[in-house]
Design a protein around this ligand. Structure first.
Ligand code: GRF
Length: 186
């Protein structure tokens, strides 16, 4: 399966997915890394790995036109499934419908808890014993589709949003390639 990855920044989960695709027997390869932020650090890394990239800001474009460009780039690279990896823009209902069941996302909380932003601060504030991360199917509802896999991370005394985020991120890097491989080996 050819995977397209959408990022907006650092791209550490994208990097983990690329590394996972290189494990012998991996059911997927990464055909395109696309970013709405041309300056995203992850783009330069992907290009350096010889992976095709699409880098375009949506500035000045209607959302539908911008998404058509992304869609065209994905299709021209033969992409069959999409992984969001820190892509900070909401996909339109039309885009989600066109790729229905073929988009996954990684979210830094134990869904259905803490959809949206500031997940770690909210988990600490609530006095939760654990934070974590979830890989889920993307639907029209933000962070709302079926959960394919989760990792739990204990919240330690003295944890701040940053220290918890670091430990959760390490788990994201293990979880995401594993779940994407499972998802695409049907
Ligand atoms: C990760 O915490 C991911 O869970 C969230 O955005 C962050 C992206 O980080 N959706 P990176 O760009 O993959 O390093």
């Amino acid at each position: 399966h050819k995977l397209g990855i959408l990022i907006s920044g650092r791209g550490s989960n994208m990097q983990a997915l690329v590394e996972g695709s290189r494990v012998p027997g991996s059911p997927y390869s990464v055909a395109l890394v696309a970013s709405d932020k041309p300056e995203a650090a992850g783009l330069a890394w992907a290009a350096g790995q010889g992976i095709a990239t699409f880098a375009r800001s949506p500035k000045g474009l209607a959302k539908a036109d911008y998404e058509s460009q992304i869609d065209a780039a994905l299709r021209s690279h033969g992409v069959e499934a999409i992984a969001l990896a820190g892509y900070m823009r909401l996909l339109s209902d039309a885009f989600v419908a066109r790729w229905r069941g073929h988009i996954v996302n990684i979210h830094p909380s134990l869904l259905p808890n803490y959809k949206g932003l500031d997940t770690h601060a909210r988990a600490i504030e609530a006095g939760d014993s654990h934070g974590g991360c979830s890989v889920h199917i993307v639907t029209e509802e933000l962070d709302g589709g079926a959960v394919l896999g989760q990792s739990k991370v204990p919240i330690l005394p003295g944890d701040t949003a940053d220290t918890l985020a670091q430990r959760v991120l390490a788990e994201e890097h293990k979880l995401y390639p594993r779940i994407v491989a499972q998802w695409l080996s049907r």
